[in-house]
Every structure is written in C-alpha cells, then in structure tokens.
Design a protein around this ligand. Structure first.
Ligand code: SAM
Length: 286
C-alpha cells in the first residue's frame, strides 16, 4: 500500500526529552482512528496530540476530544489550529498529573483513550490509566514494540512480566499494527506497535486485596530466574519463611519451586491469598 505522508514540521524543533516523534504516515493515522472504533457520542482523551493531525481526525468522528499536551508551544499552536472546532479542548498539562476524573464529567459514557505515547513515560502512564480504568472503555495506544510485546505476553514466555499481569488483569490487549521508524519524524531508534486495550469493568480474576497482589507480582518477577520461594523472600519476614510459608503456598496448590513466569493470572491471585497472612505483618515493603 502506498504511504501517504504528512508534511514534516519545518519551524519546530522536536524535543527528544518529551518523546516528540510525530506520526507522519497518514495510513497509520487512519488505521488508529479505525481501531478506536468511534461513534458520535464518544468522548476521547488524547494524550500528547503534538501537531494535532490525529486530533483533527478524531474530532470528526466523536462528540468531544480532550487533548492533553505538555509542550506549551505545541499546545498553543493546537489551540489556534482547532479554534474553529467546538468539540476540541486543548489542555496544556502533564498526562501523569491531570485530573482525569474532572475530564470524565463531560460524559455519561466511559471515555476512549487514543494516543501516540511519549515512549519514555509509557509505563507510568499505562499504570496511571489502569488505575483510573473505571473512566475508560478502551485505549488505543502507540507503544514501543518491546512494551507492546510485554503487554500481550502469555505465560512461559520471556516477555511475560509484572506489566503483562497488571494489564491483562484489567484489560484485553491486542496488537493491531507494527510500525517501522520511518513512519515518524524524527525517526525513533525503536520499532513501534499499536495496541488496543479493551478495558473490563471488573478484573478478570477475583482480587480480595489489590495491594497485596501487586506486591506479590512485583516481588515474584523482581527475581524472575529464582524460584518463587526465593524470589518472594524480599517481601516475607525471613524468620517465618521456609516451612510455614512453603506450606501456605502448597495449601493454595502453588509449588514453591516454580518460577514467576509460569504462573497464570488466576494462580497469582491464589498465591496472594495464600501469602496474605504473612504479607500483612509487614509495613510498607516492596
Ligand atoms: N500525537 C502526535 C503524533 O502522533 O504525531 C505526537 C506524538 S509524540 C510521540 C508524543 C507527544 O506527547 C508530544 O507531543 C509530546 O510533547 C507529548 N508529551 C510528552 N510528555 C507528555 C506528558 N507527560 N503529558 C502530555 N503530553 C506529553
């Protein structure tokens, strides 16, 4: 397919620090909008609209676009560019800090997130979006390919880790498209992938204590080559560990000699249930 290419910015110097790699492949932009599956009642949160080319496409298909851009120059250019559109609101701010709940007040429906993310903050942004998941029905995100592979990774693979578990407990992620560096200007050093996350209203597994689950998952993958018994030592009081905790794991039918990457979501939930009495005796911990 012939690639339609947008004009490269001539008067603006992209800021690497802000992950400014603008999408210049028009076919990819159109595909992103198709994957977002918009209807006229949708309210969209766009993170990092940059020069606003996708913002314009999104505005044609939805009720409202709220575009959060940290770069003041780009944000003010986008305000001018969208002055004639009544359904675009440009918010100059940090997507890691903006008040997402206040934004959601514009709609009864859950919002849709669409973004070509600044890759250097994609993991904390993903964490933040997931922590506000009740506000969103889907997220269509451009990510560094390696992060996308971690998002969709299945157990018993190298890419399966705490990010896979976190995302897959609350969403169903699918890779929709791979993009080489020449789809962007300036070219990033890495390949990219578009991922659609369908956000679930309730988690895929039963979670009694969310904080405990994340402590167990992080600790288990913190030393992924170690057995669970050894990897989890960092969050279990040493003195009481060995036999008692080993028995607790066996009680929930998790072999303590397994490694984190072999556990399914449901097994992580069970493991957490088995270890909770020991975790609760700790303070903050890792
Ligand atoms: N959406 C545009 C496109 O596809 O061409 C630009 C994407 S560029 C990869 C990332 C954009 O996110 C840049 O415009 C950058 O200034 C902005 N950005 C970086 N960090 C941000 C943050 N913390 N909050 C909001 N925007 C951010």
């Amino acid at each position: 397919m012939k690639r339609k290419t947008a004009r490269k910015p001539s008067t603006f110097f992209p800021r690497k620090r802000l992950g400014q790699h603008f999408l210049i492949d028009k076919n990819a932009m159109e595909k992103i909008v198709r994957v977002a599956d918009l209807d006229p009642a949708d309210v969209i949160l766009e993170i990092g609209p940059g020069r606003g080319e996708m913002t314009m496409l999104l505005a044609q298909k939805s009720q409202r676009v709220m575009a959060v851009e940290i770069d003041r120059v780009l944000a003010s250019q986008l305000v001018d560019k969208t002055a004639s559109l009544r359904n675009v609101e440009v918010i100059c701010g940090d997507a890691l800090k903006v008040d997402l709940e206040a934004m959601s007040r514009h709609t009864e429906k859950r919002m849709k997130v669409v973004a070509n993310l600044p890759y250097q903050i994609s993991t904390p942004l993903l964490m933040r979006l997931v922590s506000f998941r009740c506000l969103f029905s889907s997220m269509v995100l451009m990510l560094q390919k390696e992060v996308a592979l971690r998002a969709v990774a299945k157990r018993n693979t190298k890419a399966y880790g705490s990010l896979s578990v976190l995302l897959q407990v609350y969403t169903t992620p699918t890779i929709e498209m791979l993009l080489p560096p020449n789809c962007f200007f300036p070219r990033p050093k890495v390949d990219s992938a578009l991922v659609r996350f369908l956000v679930h209203k309730t988690p895929k597994i039963k979670i009694d204590d969310e904080q405990a689950l994340w402590r167990v998952v992080r600790a288990a993958f913190g030393h992924r080559r170690k057995t669970l018994k050894n990897a989890l030592k960092s969050i279990l009081p040493e003195a009481r560990f060995s036999e008692e905790v080993g028995r607790a794991m066996e009680n929930v039918k998790i072999d303590p000699t397994r490694r984190a990457e072999t556990l399914s979501l449901e097994e992580f939930a069970r493991l957490t249930d088995g270890l909770r009495p020991y975790l609760s005796s700790l303070g903050s911990g890792s």
